[in-house]
Design a protein around this ligand. Sequence first.
Ligand code: NAD
Length: 486
Amino acid sequence: MAPADTRTRIVWDYAPAPESADHVRLRSRYGLFIDGDFRDPVDGVRVDSINPATEEPVAEVAQAGEADLRAAIGAAREAQPRWAALDGLERGKYLFRIARLIQERARELAVVESMDGGKPVRESRDVDVPLAAAHFFHYAGWADKLSFGVGGRPATPLGVAAQIVPWNFPLLMAAWKLAPALACGNTAVLKPAETTPLTALLLAELCQEAELPAGVVQIVPGDGSVGAALVRRPGIDKVAFTGSTVVGKDIQAALAGRGVPLTLELGGKSANIVFEDAALDQAVEGIVNGIFFNQGHVCCAGSRLLVQESVADTVITKLWERMGRLRLGDPLDKNTDVGAINSAEQLARIRALVAAGEEEGASRRSVACELPDRGWWFEPTLFTEVAPAHRIAVEEIFGPVASVLTFRTQAEAIEKANNSTYGLAAGIWTDKGAKAFEVASALQAGVVWQNTYNHFDSSAAFGGYKESGFGREGGPAGLRPYLRVG
Ligand code: NAD
């Protein structure tokens, strides 16, 4: 008979710690933000923005029609020469003001981001909102130094930028787009994603509070058809798109021959590589952060976990044990690690790919956690015995699902990591500095992290390789896509 386990089992249970939503100043309905004011759509429609954790409407939002887009682009065109003619220092002051206002209303923005998108408030509060402010601060500093950012050459703005962002980091993506465009003297028409328009509309209120001149920023919510119409309209001088590769290709085709510069920040299937000499407990934390942060709704998620064979069993055991301690539930609870899936469509896509993984013979395990009765949820999931050709190793799942592959040698790790049509990011876990540099320089990825993952900084460039897109956002490199350089 096996000896009885006399160790005391510690059960870590937390009392609920809900973030208050009392301070949130949300209107029940929002218009389109055009020429410095909110207005009703001329030929657009109104839809509810839904809280994915409750399936309840958060606010009613206008979607732009063709006439609304014409008006938005017209306002941006009208405002652009005056905005560009302002001294860079003056433009920078507006951006500083917006950054400060984001900080002042940080709690409110974090709560609305979590209500509208489903992400844990701990993440909106500690990542999305501070980084959005940091981007405005960063580019405020560049506004009067543009030519220094492009090698000392003369630099002029492009004109009107059409900008389209996805639903996974709504405020942050809006900041990544608007801050550099405005610093460079462009005006903008930004289309938020259909499921998460609210923080972009709050940002429009901040633009009003900062007394940003009318027409410098327009916010025109809408679905994919509105985005498609926006990039096809005359009067735009630049398109910046963040979203899926399939839509990126469609936009590229639509712009072919028009001479409109394009930046594409697209999808990924990033490799997170764990070598046998890594600090394994730290690596496990990095793996968790890499794939379960924001429910895996992250373009650069470390969704392909490559583990050296000699430590694979240990890493998988530790990871599985750690996954069991993730807390899934109310996004507004400050203890929540994994929030709601952003939409019913995204949940269906995750389920379909997970089913494909099982059908193709990979071994699935999902954390046995209680899922709330309402809303859209998916348990943190790990696939082992994954072959490189399995759909779960090839396609972007965009959910809390990690696929584990193993390798024996450094060369095999590099080959497997690069065996993807994507090339957005990668992680390397090793104690050997020389190995990290050698592997990093061989990886086809726009961003490579060493002994960390999902680390972002407003002064660092971010962008893709291969089908993950082109152009960079962040840092001085992020100025270039918004300037005509002499
Ligand atoms: P998506 O491509 O479906 O939509 C992105 C945005 O484009 C939305 O605002 C949508 O309304 C709009 N859109 C849809 N169809 C369009 C069309 N035909 N023309 C113009 N606009 C259109 O992507 P998504 O599902 O919202 O976002 C997830 C994708 O975004 C993932 O692939 C993810 O990897 C990618 N992403 C990339 C980055 C990056 O920096 N590389 C960052 C975040 C997300």
